[in-house]
Write a protein that binds this ligand. Structure first.
Ligand code: HEM
Length: 526
């Protein structure tokens, strides 16, 4: 009889274990790993529900393809190249698809009647908040809806109007600093100045703190911490996309980021605590007002404080990079197209003879200024460059059924730059956004397909700061061009070659001179 008793089996097993050398164990583990990965790869290529979709070979069997490019700073361009090569629906990970058609973006992002049909966010950012997902990173649709509803009055027309003096205070300070320092030969690096403006005003509008970067003409430690947080977001996302890369990514991550980020979280907590203590003694309205419960600070729980801190941090992150990049990119493109800049100056200066008249209300209707903003948001896809990954609830996307759990992306970057949807997409042509009664209207753009043009996306995750962002853009650009003639003094940059984007855009040095416009004294601030 071949059967062994229990004690005999144990004896055989233990003598096998004792008799096996370390190298034999390693060989065995390697063999099992190889067989396992081969089986998984065969399944991914031939039997996976996404097997029918084309895509890069490596991407079909491993997420390291996506993780590598995601962390390379060139992700939007890589996705664009991949779509051009493989078609409108591409498999860019074993369980991940990217779509080009605008209808896909509409299907994925629009509000659903039933919350369970929502395409929820992926957990890429889990772990970045202060033990709370706040608003931007909240994945649970019900919790998200509650926070979003609570915050929405802070972005109403009246509420924004009340915040305008604070915003203008920072813009005016930048203008006066540029008047004092912007005429020198070396010019000023606007990548820095626009970031200081955006960060100073974002923090002040969020919770009434003054960083004074514009006044002191140097970056505050808080800005360094925010930038570190944005870089850590990429590190974290990369390890979530492909956990196998974690050791390599951790080794390559500069320790400075790990040090600076927690310091920024502590500063954020301090700001919130200070703001709560000042609740009856505010200098101006801010976003924090909307988040504070009626309870006294001493009665507020730690979780409540952390939630407020996270949402405040997200309002700052959501606002500072996006608005500074939009203004920076508008100048970057229009300096390359002097006719665009000339028309902007003409429109602003001919409509306003006094600086004080450059107000949010008066600027709203300037067609060329608005067209420049829309065109900047088209060519750059400021905040949607990561292709907005979402998890399918099991639903139709552009007429194709996408099984539950599949990660769906919509590449608005590729869409915005595709000649299928836009005439002459590579050029910066604000004309495309004008109405037919404008003298600069050009009918060659009449067939542009705007369905997928959604710089602030749409649906429940639509950007709550969009009106503030537009107001800021109009005020900054018009106040600058009303006050100065500008010229670029740094080297020419190529958008596709010199720009990179991680979770925020890296803005290369762009030095400009600001030469005050001469006016006779009864006209305006000069
Ligand atoms: C040109 C400027 C801006 C652009 C292009 C922009 C774009 C976007 C986009 C595309 C999203 C959706 C992101 C996603 O779902 O993954 C978003 C969300 C968000 N934005 Fe903006 N944004 C801008 C300015 C601002 C400003 C000024 C603020 C704050 C005052 C802000 C706060 C937020 C917040 C809190 C969210 C998360 C909303 C949610 O998940 O419900 N944004 N933004």
């Amino acid at each position: 009889m071949l059967w062994l008793s229990q004690s005999e089996t144990l004896t055989v097993a233990s003598s096998f274990i004792r008799g096996t050398k370390l190298w034999q164990w390693l060989l065995l583990a390697g063999g099992i790993f190889l067989i396992w990965t081969t089986l998984v790869a065969i399944y991914d290529v031939f039997f996976h529900p996404l097997a029918k979709y084309p895509g890069p070979r490596l991407a079909r069997i491993t997420d390291t393809w996506a993780a590598y490019y995601y962390s390379s700073g060139k992700w939007p361009w890589v996705v664009e190249r991949t779509i051009k090569r493989y078609g409108d629906i591409v498999r860019i990970g074993p369980n991940s698809l990217v779509f080009l058609e605008p209808q896909a973006a509409i299907d994925v992002h629009c509000a659903k009647r039933d919350l369970k049909d929502t395409f929820i966010k992926t957990p890429l950012m889990d772990g970045l908040g202060d033990e709370d997902d706040g608003l931007l990173w909240e994945r649970n649709p019900e919790k998200h809806r509650a926070v979003s509803k609570m915050m929405s009055p802070a972005f109403s027309g009246n509420s924004l109007r009340a915040k305008l003096p604070t915003l203008n205070k920072h813009i005016d300070l930048m203008i006066s600093q540029m008047r004092a320092h912007g005429q020198e030969e070396a010019g000023l690096d606007v990548s820095q100045w626009f970031t200081w403006l955006a960060m100073d005003s974002a923090v002040d509008l969020a919770c009434g703190w003054e960083l004074h970067e514009l006044r002191d003409m140097k970056s505050h430690a808080f800005l360094e911490g925010m930038d570190a947080g944005c870089m850590l977001a990429i590190v974290l996302s990369t390890t979530k996309i492909a956990p196998i890369l974690t050791p390599v990514v951790m080794l390559l991550t500069p320790w400075r980021l790990m040090r600076v980020f927690p310091q920024m979280i502590s500063s954020l907590r301090a700001m919130v605590t200070d703001r709560i203590e000042r609740r009856n003694n505010l200098k101006h309205p801010d976003f924090c007002e909307q988040l504070l419960p009626p309870t006294k600070e001493s009665e507020m729980k730690g979780a409540q404080m952390r939630h407020i801190g996270t949402v405040i941090g997200q309002l700052i992150i959501g606002g500072y990079d996006t608005t500074s990049v939009t203004t920076y990119m508008m100048f970057y493109f229009s300096l390359r197209h002097p006719e665009v800049l000339e028309e902007l100056k003409r429109e602003i200066r001919s409509n306003f003879s006094r600086y004080e008249d450059l107000t949010a209300d008066n600027l709203r209707g300037l067609p060329w200024l608005n067209a420049c903003m829309q065109e900047t948001l088209r060519v750059v896809t400021v905040a949607t460059h990561h292709s907005l990954p979402r998890i399918s609830p099991g639903a139709m996307v552009n007429g194709t059924y996408v099984p539950k759990g599949v990660i769906v992306r919509t590449s608005l970057f590729t869409y915005n730059r595709s000649d299928r949807f836009f005439h002459d997409p590579a050029s910066f042509r604000p004309e495309r956004w004008l109405s037919p009664n404008h003298p600069k209207y050009d009918s060659v753009f009449a067939s542009d397909d705007h369905r997928g043009y959604m710089p602030f996306i749409m649906g429940p995750r639509q950007c709550p700061g969009r009106e503030l962002a537009k107001i800021t853009f109009r005020l900054v650009v018009s106040k600058l061009l009303w006050s100065f003639d500008v010229e670029q003094v740094s080297k020419q940059l190529e958008f596709d070659k010199d720009f990179r984007v991680y979770s925020i855009w890296m803005k290369p040095e762009l030095r400009m001179r600001f030469l005050p416009v001469k006016r006779d004294s009864q006209h305006g601030a000069e």
